[in-house]
Design a protein around this ligand. Structure first.
Ligand code: GDP
Length: 609
């Protein structure tokens, strides 16, 4: 709160917006970043770009140079000091990183491969951006791959397009139109950026090539304009401290350090900080605030520039004691003279404790492990939507103790003795232990892959169980005797199916009218319709009738037509409490309403409660 006093409105106190790059794998996110970072080597200039921890900073002068191809006279207005671009492009964990409920990133570039259109992760990214209400632009990348493309390195897009032959221009328009339709299916109105008259309503498409650099000036100018238009004044000025842990890293000579993005406010060496730890809140004191050496001095490996003070927005490494249990994605707060430390401890922990609500009350569920708070949250949300119960959560690499905890499920519910691990390392010993104990570990760097693997596994488990229990499951059936071909075991009867369906192996019973006793006639050992053998016969497929052979076990007294039953009696499948439970556990999805009714009827006849 004491930092709010710093919100004086001088240009010095402006902070730069933070930009993230997202999109499907292989769309060119890394390559685009490399390209915008590229400095003009021929002129030997560093270009004013500063490499930070986990991010790259582009000051106004550099941005002006980079947009010169479309703004040679330097007319672009700048209300921001520069742009901070997060270096690690990619997945959920970065857009999902939160600072007090708002997103860490103020603006995003969603990269789409113009040759592929919208892909699975593109859709996931769109969902995240919408949830967090983050403004974004779409880089329609790899335009150099359009057939016959003539490139003008680092050129303005519209000039490049004008240079293409008619066929290439047509292909371009064609692909843009398809992309627009695909966005419309997602409920988004997308338009080529130079046709966009309303940033708040329409998503801008900016064609780019990370190989030739074409369209990159356009993209940067668009980013600047969009930020200036969409970010409120309040966000623009330095105020209360907002800081997020990107990564926890062990560095030789420094011990465990945290790489953070300071997205608002000012931080000093010696500040007392509070952050979320795996075993509870961490309260410690900043020993050093570090950024990498400038490019030319990078040869001195592992040395850093020390800062007495740093100002948002930037990426910085914090060296401090007791950071071993720090969690990526955690918020970081600075304890000011008037602040209540206890309250802050509770607040930073709330992001993790909040996720504990996702744990299923039944005590049964899978174990979930992720790299950051943000990615764990995204994964839990996914599991919740898919109604997969969760029993344990953790952040960071998988160790033996995690496997042990998951193994407790082996007794309670073996098919949930599964670990879903998103973007984390799995320790060799842990892996070996899991194998030995029968705990299944699924690991992936893409959430929906993880999910698909798990669903496939569940299906396989169910199929195996269904096979094992096929005998125990009795499908409901009612039969009327039409003809008798053999009177004694094996009985051979011509029957009409009046309800349900009849399967090989089904035990058949009849109720003695006088005593009310249920007589077991044996199991179905053959089914024939029109002299054709079948495994399952339904009322429909039976046609005029089905020939049923019923045999009793060797040790049982053979049952006889005329003595134990007549054609006046109804025959039925002999369901039991256990057989009904097996159907419910393993086959219920495949049991129709009619079959359920028949089960209810049979329960009444047989007297099952
Ligand atoms: P990421 O997974 O989104 O980070 O994708 P990368 O940046 O690693 O790029 C994936 C592949 O696409 C690499 O082989 C790149 O060289 C290639 N690529 C990226 N951008 C372009 C582009 O604009 N044009 C062409 N032709 N290839 C590109």
């Amino acid at each position: 709160k004491h930092q709010a006093a710093l919100a004086a409105r001088s240009k010095d106190d402006l902070r730069s917006p933070i930009c993230c790059i997202m999109g499907h794998v292989d769309t060119g996110k890394t390559k685009l970043l490399d390209k915008i970072r590229q400095t003009n080597v021929q002129e030997g200039e560093a270009g004013g770009i500063t490499q930070q921890i986990g991010a790259t900073y582009f000051p106004e002068d550099t941005l002006r140079q980079k947009i010169a191809p479309i703004d040679p006279e330097g007319k672009q207005d700048f209300n921001i000091p520069g742009l901070l671009v997060i270096d690690t492009p990619g997945h959920e964990s970065f857009t999902n990183l939160r600072t007090r409920g708002s997103s860490l990133c103020n603006i995003a570039i969603l990269v789409v491969d113009i040759m592929h259109g919208l892909e699975q992760q593109t859709l996931e990214s769109i969902r995240l951006l919408r949830d967090k209400k983050t403004p974004f632009i779409v880089a329609l990348n790899k335009i150099d791959r359009l057939y016959g493309w003539q490139s003008t390195p680092d050129g303005a897009f519209r000039k490049s397009l004008a240079n293409q032959n008619r066929a290439t221009q047509n292909e371009f328009q064609d692909r843009v139109d398809k992309t627009i339709v695909a966005f419309a299916e997602q409920g988004l109105n997308a338009v080529l950026y130079y046709d966009n008259k309303n940033f708040a309503k329409n998503v801008s498409l900016v064609p780019t090539s990370a190989h030739t650099g074409e369209g990159i000036p356009d993209m940067l100018q668009l980013l600047i304009n969009l930020t200036q238009e969409r970010m409120s004044e309040k966000l623009m000025y330095l105020s209360e401290l907002e800081c997020t842990v990107l990564e926890v890293k062990v560095i030789e000579g420094l011990g465990t350090t945290i790489d953070v993005i300071l997205s608002n406010g000012v931080m000093y060496e010696g500040d007392k900080i509070v952050l979320c730890g795996l075993n509870g809140p961490i309260v410690t004191q900043v020993r050093a605030l570090l950024t990498p050496q400038p490019l030319k001095e990078m040869r001195v490996k592992g040395s850093y520039v020390h800062h007495k003070m740093v100002k948002a927005a930037l990426g910085v490494k914090i060296s401090a004691p007791d950071l071993e249990k720090a969690i990526s994605g955690s918020r970081l707060m600075v304890v000011g003279p008037d602040d209540d430390e206890e309250e802050m401890m509770e607040e930073v922990m709330s992001d993790l404790t909040g996720l504990l609500h996702s744990i299923d009350k039944s005590g049964k569920g899978v174990s979930v492990q992720a790299s950051t708070l943000g990615s764990l949250e995204a994964l839990l949300e996914f599991l919740k939507q898919s109604k997969i119960p969760v029993n344990g959560i953790n952040i960071g690499p998988v160790y033996k103790r995690d496997v042990m905890r998951c193994a407790t499920m082996l007794e309670k519910s073996p098919d949930l003795a599964v670990m879903l691990c998103f973007d984390v390392e799995i320790d060799k010993d842990a892996e070996a232990l899991a194998k030995e104990m029968g705990v299944k570990i699924f690991s992936a760097r893409i959430i929906y892959h993880l999910f698909d693997n798990f669903i496939a596994h569940q299906k396989q488990v169910l199929e195996t169980k269904q096979k094992e229990s096929a005998d125990a499951a009795v499908w409901p059936c009612r039969l009327k005797v039409l003809a008798v071909f053999a009177k004694r075991s094996p009985l051979i009867l011509g029957c009409e199916i009046t309800a349900g369906d009849l399967r090989m192996g089904t035990p058949i019973g009849v109720k003695n009218k006088e005593t009310g006793e249920i007589v077991n006639l044996g199991r179905v050992t053959s089914l024939e319709v029109n002299h054709k053998r079948l495994d399952v016969v339904t009322a429909k497929t039976a046609g005029a009738g089905v020939a049923v052979r019923i045999e009793c076990a060797v040790h049982e007294t053979p049952k006889m037509y005329g003595r134990h039953f007549t054609d006046q009696d109804e025959l039925f499948s002999l369901v039991s409490r256990k057989s009904i439970d097996t159907l419910k556990d393993l086959f219920w999805d495949g049991v129709s309403i009619e079959q359920k009714k028949t089960i209810k009827y049979l329960k009444g006849v047989i007297g099952i409660h």
